[in-house]
Design a protein around this ligand. Sequence first.
Ligand code: PMP
Length: 480
Amino acid sequence: MTDTLPNPTVTDESPSASTASAATASASTPSASTSSAESIGPERRIVTAVPGPKSLAIHERRLAAVPVGVSSMLPVYIARAHGAVVEDVDGNRFLDLGAGIGVTTIGHTNDAVVDAARAQLGDFLHTLFTITPYESYVRVAELVAERTPGDFPKKTVLVNSGAEAVENGVKIARRFTRRRAVAVLEHGYHGRTNLTMAMNFKAMPYATGFGPFAGDVYHAPSSYPFRDGLSGEDAAARTIAYLEKHVGAEDLAILVVEPIQGEGGFQVPAPGYLPALQRWANANGVVIAADEIQSGMARTGAWFASSHFGFEPDLVFFAKGIAGGLPLAGVTGRAPIMDAAQPGGLGGTFGGNPVAAAAAVAVIEQIEQQGLLARGTQIGELLRDGLLALQRDFDVIGEVRGIGAMIAIELVRSGTAGTVKTPDPSAVTAISAFAAQHGVLILTAGTYGNVLRFLPSLAITDEQVHDALGVLREALQSLA
Ligand code: PMP
């Protein structure tokens, strides 16, 4: 029956799987959190083909109603979710190792977040902060400013999406510096608006056919230790040489870097790379911004991944995990830079929506009350140990990398690890499909499409991590 499904375009932003087989999963201890959705058990459970008949019926309607440009990697339609588990309309339950690409960082339908949003729904849904403001917007600004790296006065603007945060950061930096050029790093990803399409490294599928694009955007070489073998110092020298030669510091308004590259494949820069870029930017009047849209909000065991590297950006872009699943994003940065934009120059109808802002305050409180920064580190250790054990047994795993609950494996053709390192995207597709059929959602990534990334919610239990790693082992075995 799944033969009737289209073969969805695999983009870096989705898990991939298509066909079905039934598998039943092991039981596990209950998740720590409880809620109205607690009837969803903590274990994976596959009771129909994947996708099941109800998903297929919705999918047929979707094909007529939703354009193909909005692709879904796994056409199972979700009915409800809790903690680290999502349940589809056919009753199949999946361990969610992607958390909606790092959004439900503290778990699906966290009680406190749902309660905060529900309470706000009863008070007011919208006024528009730029017309008649409300306290929760200010509270989010204060809370984020206290948690971003750097002990200096900061201000925050709230918007709706990651791409919009990036757009605003660039606007603000241009206004502040009175310079025009924007620099990003190779393998980066920043969104799907016109400016951010120009900032992405990968053309297909994000930009191909959608031009003309915003000008004055420059892609500098990055630090990708697995492939370039450079020290942080040498990689930074290469980046800086590119910027000085191709752009010129005097024309460069902003350098935007992901401290750990998300869609690009969880590249962790070599030690010293980011501080060296910061020193150069600071010395040359260039605003340096961390796009922490994927790496931020406790995912790596720190509020923001920049902290792991001793990196203090002027601006931080955040989104995804900030509001537990509700749309909220923003830019936090040095007060004088943020204040460069004239009154009325920043904003938008829905930016900092009161329900999303109330949820964000609850998310931040939950991270603190539940000790989720430490939990992110623990999950990272569990995952890393498990993945390193798999690497010892399967030479298709070229590298295990990442920090906290942001870990990836880069797959290479057998025998090429350490030398040529030929990317193996077909292994990635096969593994993520196998895992989905067995009740585990694993996202793909990477410029070469050869990375499996793990960014589970911090509500995932040790048992769930071990169970998912067991499925991954079976998937790797199935490659042979
Ligand atoms: N920057 C990074 C690092 C991202 O990971 C993403 C989303 N994957 C974006 C920007 C764009 O965010 P949004 O999809 O909310 O526009």
